[in-house]
Design a protein. Structure first.
Length: 465
């Protein structure tokens, strides 16, 4: 005998729907409308209709979680409302996260690992990496998850996802995973390499000399490893067969195809923030009354009643999950917008520290709920469309005692680099000193990490001759 925690199907559905982006939710509704006869588009007096989300106002200094939808009459017509809704939804290729989810759900893993894997997949970025630190992933993980569980399931994801390299924590691990996949393809572990020594040289470069490779210090690599520079140059050329961003091989999602899940604007008169969920092609859903009546008809076939009752249950669960998603998103976004108001007025340098845990405590939900609400969502703002996760970050304190998010530190660093003398670009040590002059104290390794995350080359590579 053993004890296992089982989740209510309604809770599972609610978590799944909450995590979906607006386009992914449209796809799910499309599919459910096609497969579930008990689910249909909301009608009013026999005509097709749709719901619009009412403005959700967040006044400065107070919280208002009220929500009131309003109905808009649509033109009448003979076409079936369900078919109309499906026809109006544009065809799209599957997103990266949808493809990863589909791959993971055919893996031979137990239910607990499957659920933890779903959570970790939500944190994989567009390049295919798990860039969040171990503590950040653990903080928002399902209850009773241990660090060892996360490490074990990451290994399972890396083993089961294609192409190789997905779910890596850094470039080194990404390349090593691709090397391991090549090794598995042949019995002798050689896949097109001239000999085993070439493979050992490649592995040594990846394991010990990626920073030197990134700065083009091939003579140093050759000297340290005891190979001629020509051999190192040949190895580097061969390493180009590995893809540094495996996530891009599955889905290319240009900025123009990003669909915001919500928008925020500020009333010019009062300064109040108004948050509105994106409507998109989502129809308002309801349960088919004829099928629901059939489930109560004792004169009907018992098996048919049972089947229809299951369809009705699934329809109600989806409708409830979508309503819960709507309310949770509004509350999470409302808290983030309230805390980051300075960002909307002044830009990224004004971002404040804000964690998912803080917001979860304020609105009375588990941190995993906030994590799912933030995952893969975009917000349309007066400063353009931004990832919702951009508003959540840990931070530091400036010399003046002001709290600053790490995103604000990165924004300041980018500003400094843009204004530097390109003939004498600033080293990482010099960047640290310039940040200190601005009242921001960080370690050199932190400056190097942020420079890399911002896609800023080293001083040597930035120099203009």
């Amino acid at each position: 005998m053993d004890q296992r925690q089982t989740l209510d199907p309604r809770l599972i559905q609610a978590m799944e729907v909450l995590q979906l982006s607006a386009p992914a939710l449209e796809q799910k509704v499309e599919s459910e409308l096609a497969e579930n006869p008990a689910l249909e588009v909301e009608r009013e007096r026999g005509e097709a209709g749709e719901w619009q989300w009412a403005d959700h106002k967040m006044r400065q200094g107070e919280r208002d979680d009220s929500f009131a939808p309003r109905r808009v009459r649509a033109p009448s017509g003979e076409r079936d409302a369900k078919m109309e809704a499906m026809a109006n939804a544009p065809a799209r290729g599957e997103s990266l996260h949808t493809q990863l989810h589909n791959q993971w759900h055919v893996a031979a893993v137990d239910a607990d690992d499957l659920a933890l894997g779903d959570y970790l997949l939500s944190r994989i970025d567009a390049d295919g990496y798990l860039r969040d630190g171990a503590q950040a992933m653990l903080a928002a993980a399902p209850p009773r998850t241990e660090a060892e569980d996360i490490e074990r399931v990451i290994k399972l994801l890396q083993k089961n996802l294609e192409p190789p390299g997905l779910a890596a924590r850094n470039l080194r691990e990404c390349f090593l995973l691709q090397m391991q996949a090549e090794d598995r393809q042949t019995e002798d572990g050689r896949t097109g390499c001239e000999d085993g020594e070439n493979r050992r040289l490649e592995r040594a470069i990846v394991e010990r000399h990626l920073p030197d490779l990134e700065t083009n210090r091939l003579p140093k690599i050759a000297e340290t490893l005891g190979f001629p520079v020509t051999r190192v140059q040949a190895a580097v050329r061969r390493l180009r067969r590995f893809h540094p961003h495996p996530g891009r091989l599955l889905a290319i999602e240009p900025v123009c195809n990003i669909y915001p899940d919500a928008s925020v604007r500020f009333d010019e008169q009062t300064g109040d923030a108004v948050i509105e969920l994106a409507r998109g092609n989502l129809p308002a859903l309801t349960v088919n009354p004829e099928i629901e009546a059939l489930t109560r008809d004792k004169g009907a076939d018992a098996e048919a009643r049972k089947t229809m009752a299951q369809y009705v249950g699934k329809a109600r669960t989806l409708i409830e999950a979508m309503e819960q998603r709507k309310l949770t998103l509004l509350r999470v976004i409302g808290e983030a917008v309230r805390d980051q108001r300075a960002f909307f007025d002044q830009g990224p340098q004004a971002l404040k520290p804000l964690t998912e845990t803080e917001v979860a405590e304020r609105i009375g939900v588990h941190v995993a709920t906030v994590s799912r609400a933030v995952s893969d969502k975009y917000l349309e703002t007066p400063r353009g469309i931004i990832p919702l996760r951009m508003l959540f970050s840990a931070g530091t304190t400036s010399a003046s005692g002001e709290a600053m998010a790490w995103g604000a530190v990165q924004a300041k660093m980018k500003q400094i680099v843009e204004g530097e003398d390109k003939k004498k670009p600033l080293s990482d040590d010099a960047l640290v000193e310039e940040l200190k002059k601005a009242g921001i104290t960080i370690a050199r390794r932190t400056a190097a990490k942020y420079r890399d995350e911002l896609g800023i080359p080293t001083a040597r590579d930035r120099k203009e001759h």
